[in-house]
Design a binder for this molecule. Sequence first.
Ligand code: ZN
Length: 143
Amino acid sequence: MERQRYQQIILSHARKPQHKGKTNPIHRQNQGENPYCGDKVELTLMLDETETKIEDIKFEAAGCALCLASTDLMAGAVKGKDISKALLMVEDFRNMVMGENTLKPPLEKLNIMQNVSKFPMRVKCVTLAWHTLKGALDGDKEM
Ligand code: ZN
């Protein structure tokens, strides 16, 4: 993808995130940190009554534009999805960032994050949100 367009997408999500805040009520939450860059992400999730689906997901985050954009894109991607599906998406996303596959529609927008595969330090910036999501979904335990 053209570099300019890549940067536009990152900056627009970082500056005007669509999923910022906290869910009400909060059924799952987790915090993640990437000490290499100083990124911090706090996720809150609202589940459906059977606790199998992510009804809503919101985040508070501080960090670099890549981290903020990736977190916003992640929230948009998993909102409304079954938990089992979201956990598969965590794996798919990680493999995509490592350059091992590309995501299919409707997730193809996330493929822009593959630009970081050449920069190991930045990989942590874009995967932080997904690791934090996995932690939130894996159980009730606080991380
Ligand atoms: Zn970062």
